[in-house]
Design a protein around this ligand. Structure first.
Ligand SMILES: Cc1cc2nc3c(=O)[nH]c(=O)nc-3n(C[C@H](O)[C@H](O)[C@H](O)COP(=O)(O)OP(=O)(O)OC[C@H]3O[C@@H](n4cnc5c(N)ncnc54)[C@H](O)[C@@H]3O)c2cc1C
Length: 287
């Protein structure tokens, strides 16, 4: 349980961190809260020669209102997101999701950037980030890039980030009035990781669904949208029977994970059940 020896750097700016990444290439790893990377290093599943710690870059930790939405620095912790009045009012389910991650110790150290860059199939945040239609802003030496959440989660533990890119900021768009947001999960009783977690962002008017985005985590190799459910519900009446029927489509097209925690069949059942639950909650919150 002792990691291999590594060189440690603690840059104080994003530019310095990007230059270190350029210099050391694939042999380097960025360190955020360390709650995923350090266990992997101790198990020697990750053996970076160089660790670049982002903790001293104060410019990466903030929550700001921006054009009616939010800009959140990648090093912002779950605890800061959970307790932020701005997040609670502008993207309530994001605050709730952050509050459901693990325990207080993990929430005090784990970061939004680390969670998204890690793309753990059982991570909570990817589902709500997809449902909110967020944008990821990255930096590399001399360049910036914006990646839509829909394009960010590529595969198991794999994102669209290039090896020389740092995830800087997560941008959450303004939600139209009449929008309700919700996240619910069936979590592992010990770690709280999502066996299945579903997020919904739903805009309603006159009892009908104007638009809806649904993010699913825990079910397959990566977080994904439930587009069949979204298409079935858009323009439809938001009564219980219609929502229940649409939620039955949530398991379509997913190659379900199977492990000691749940069979593929059980995960498919949970996906449909929790989709119905979060849609009812989001619709009720949308008024
Ligand atoms: C006991 C325990 C229980 C947990 N339970 C849950 C749970 O219920 N739900 C859940 O979602 N998670 C859970 N986690 C995981 C936790 O949320 C981690 O904090 C998170 O997955 C990674 O965030 P981090 O800040 O610790 O990143 P790190 O572990 O430091 O980094 C993770 C990966 O992301 C990369 N990275 C980090 N920051 C950046 C960046 N800015 N740009 C580019 N790459 C970057 C690193 O190089 C590394 O590859 C649990 C962890 C533990 C230890």
């Amino acid at each position: 349980m002792i990691p291999r020896a590594f060189e440690y750097h603690a840059p104080t700016s994003v530019a310095e961190a990007a230059s270190l990444l350029d210099q050391h290439g694939d042999s380097a790893k960025l360190l955020a809260g360390g709650h995923s990377l350090l266990p992997l290093m101790k198990l020697r599943l990750a053996q970076p020669e160089v660790v670049i710690d982002l903790a001293k870059i104060s410019d990466l930790s903030y929550i700001r209102q921006s054009n009616g939405g939010l800009s959140i620095g990648a090093m912002t912790t779950y605890a800061d997101i959970e307790s932020s009045a701005d997040v609670q009012s502008l993207a309530p389910a994001l605050a709730e999701t952050a509050g459901m991650v693990a325990d207080r110790q993990v929430r005090n150290m784990g970061t939004i950037g680390g969670s998204l860059a890690h793309s753990d199939p059982a991570g909570d945040l990817p589902a709500i980030i997809l449902a909110l239609g967020a944008q990821m802003v990255t930096s590399s030496s001399g360049a910036h890039r914006t990646i839509a959440a829909d394009d960010f989660f590529v595969d198991l533990f794999t994102t669209a980030l290039q090896p020389n890119e740092i995830l800087n900021e997560i941008q959450i768009p303004a939600l139209p009035s009449g929008t309700g947001t919700a996240y619910a999960k069936f979590g592992n009783k010990a770690s709280h990781y999502a066996i299945v977690g579903i997020a919904a962002v739903l805009t309603a008017s006159g009892g009908k669904c104007q638009s809806v985005r649904i993010g699913i985590t825990g079910a397959g190799a990566k977080a994904t949208r439930a587009t069949s459910v979204e298409n079935a519900l858009t323009g439809a009446s938001l009564d219980g029977a219609t929502i229940k029927a649409a939620a039955q489509l949530a398991s379509d097209g997913i190659d379900f994970n199977e492990d000691v925690h749940a069979s593929a069949e059980y995960r498919a059942h949970l996906t449909r059940l929790y989709t119905e639950r979060v849609l009812l909650e989001a619709a009720s919150r949308a008024g």
